[in-house]
Design a protein around this ligand. Structure first.
Ligand code: HEM
Length: 345
C-alpha cells in the first residue's frame, strides 16, 4: 500500500470504527455510557488538555521578537508606511491588535503569496518565469469552514439553554432564512459539510499536499465530515426526537444527567460520540492551532527590534572570551608554529 493509501485508510477506518462502536452501543442499551459518561469524559479531557498545553506554551520564554513580517518596518521618520505595512509590521499595541484581529478573523496569513510556481515565460518561449501567488481557494474553503462551524456550534446552544437567549434564536432564524423545505434548511450546516469535503478533496488531489499529509491530517477532516453528515441526516432525513435530545443535553449541562424516557435514535448517539471524540482528540492534535494562534510569537509581538534592545534574560551577562585572553593563553604555541600575534609577551 502506498504512503497516501496507508494514511488515508488508517484515518478512514478510525472514523468508520467509531461509528460502528457508537451504533453497537446505542443498539445494545449503553445509552448511559454514550449519552453521559463519554461526553463528560471528553469534556474533561478537552478542558484539562487545552489548559495544560496552553500553560506549557505560555511558560516557554520568548526573549526576542521574531520579525517574520511583510512590509516596511518602522524606521527613520521620513520613510513612510501605509496602513497595510503598519498592520503587517506593527510598531505599537494598536496595530498589533489589528494584526491579530486580521489573522484570527480573516485568516490574513493564508491570503498571502504562499505559492511559488514556474510558468511559461511569454517573453521567452525557451525559458520559465517564477511567479508568487496565493491559494485563494484554500483561503475561501478555510474561512467558509471555520465560520460555518462557529455558527453551527452557536446554534446548537439551543439544546443546552433554557430559555434560549435571543441572539441564538436570531442567528438560527437568519441561518434558516431559505425556507424552501420543511424543516428550514440551515445554510451553515450545508456550508460546513461542503467546505470540509473541499478541504479533504484538495488534500487528496494535490500531489505535493498529499505527499506531506498523514493520518493525523485526514482524521480530523473525516471526523468533522462525519459529524456534519450525521447531523444533516438527523435533521432532514431520519428525524430525531429533539425534545428528548434537549432533555439529555440540559441534564448534562446542569450536572443532573439522565437518559430521557423516550428513546433517541442510534444516529444521534453516533453524532454525539463523534463529537465527544473530536473534543477529546482536540488537545493532542493539530486542532490546537485554534488557541495556538493567540500565542504565536510571530503574530503577537510588536516588531520593535530597531529601537528596543532585547536582551536574552537567562544567559546574560554572557561569559565571553576576548581575543586578548585567547592570545595570552595560546601565545607560545602560536609563536612556535608562526601564527602572527598582537603582543609578543
Ligand atoms: C462539534 C460539534 C457539533 C457539530 C459540528 C455538529 C454539527 C451538526 C450539523 C451540521 C447538523 C445539521 C443541522 C444543522 O445545520 O444544525 C447537526 C444537527 C444536529 N445535532 Fe449536531 N453538531 C455538534 C454537536 C452536537 C451535540 C453536542 C449535540 C447534542 C446535543 C448535537 C445534536 C444534534 C441534533 C439533535 C441535530 C439535529 C437537529 C435538528 O433536527 O434540528 N450536535 N449537528
Amino acid at each position: 500500500m502506498d504512503f497516501f493509501k496507508r494514511h488515508f485508510f488508517v484515518a478512514l477506518s478510525a472514523v468508520l470504527g467509531l461509528i460502528v462502536i457508537a451504533y453497537v452501543g446505542a443498539r445494545g442499551n449503553l445509552q448511559l455510557l454514550f449519552g453521559v459518561v463519554v461526553p463528560y469524559m471528553a469534556a474533561l479531557i478537552f478542558v484539562e488538555g487545552v489548559i495544560y498545553r496552553v500553560v506549557q506554551w505560555a511558560r516557554s520564554p520568548v526573549p526576542f521578537r521574531v520579525p517574520t513580517t511583510g512590509g516596511q518596518n518602522r524606521t527613520l521618520p521620513w520613510i513612510e508606511r501605509d496602513l497595510g505595512e503598519k498592520l503587517d509590521n506593527p510598531a505599537d499595541f494598536k496595530h498589533l491588535v489589528g494584526r491579530m484581529a486580521l489573522e484570527v478573523l480573516a485568516f490574513r496569513s493564508l491570503f498571502r503569496n504562499l505559492r511559488t510556481e514556474l510558468v511559461k515565460d511569454p517573453d521567452n518561449p525557451e525559458g520559465a518565469r517564477l511567479i508568487h501567488w496565493s491559494y485563494r481557494w484554500l483561503w475561501l474553503g478555510a474561512i467558509a469552514f471555520h465560520y460555518a462551524f462557529l455558527v453551527v456550534i452557536l446554534r446548537h446552544l439551543r439544546f443546552f439553554m433554557e430559555p434560549v437567549p435571543y441572539p441564538i434564536t436570531l442567528l438560527t432564524d437568519v441561518d434558516g432564512f431559505f425556507q424552501f423545505f420543511v424543516p428550514a434548511v440551515y445554510l451553515s450546516g450545508i456550508v460546513l459539510v461542503v467546505a470540509v469535503a473541499y478541504l479533504l478533496f484538495r488534500r487528496i488531489t494535490n500531489p505535493s499536499l498529499r505527499y506531506i499529509s498523514l493520518a493525523a491530517d485526514y482524521f480530523p477532516l473525516l471526523l468533522i465530515l462525519a459529524i456534519g453528515t450525521t447531523g444533516i441526516l438527523m435533521r432532514y432525513f431520519f428525524k430525531t426526537d429533539v425534545i428528548a435530545v434537549k432533555e439529555l443535553a440540559m441534564g448534562l449541562v446542569t450536572l443532573h444527567p439522565k437518559i430521557p424516557a423516550t428513546a433517541i435514535s442510534p444516529l444521534f448517539y453516533i453524532h454525539l460520540f463523534l463529537v465527544s471524540v473530536l473534543f477529546a482528540y482536540f488537545p493532542f492534535s493539530k486542532l490546537m492551532h485554534a488557541p495556538g494562534v493567540f500565542m504565536s510569537p510571530t503574530r503577537n509581538l510588536t516588531c520593535n527590534n530597531r529601537w528596543v534592545r532585547h536582551v536574552n534574560p537567562w544567559n546574560y551577562p554572557v561569559k565571553y572570551h576576548s581575543y586578548a585572553e585567547y592570545e595570552d593563553k595560546f601565545r607560545e604555541p602560536m609563536i612556535d608554529v608562526g601564527i602572527p600575534v598582537e603582543k609578543e609577551q
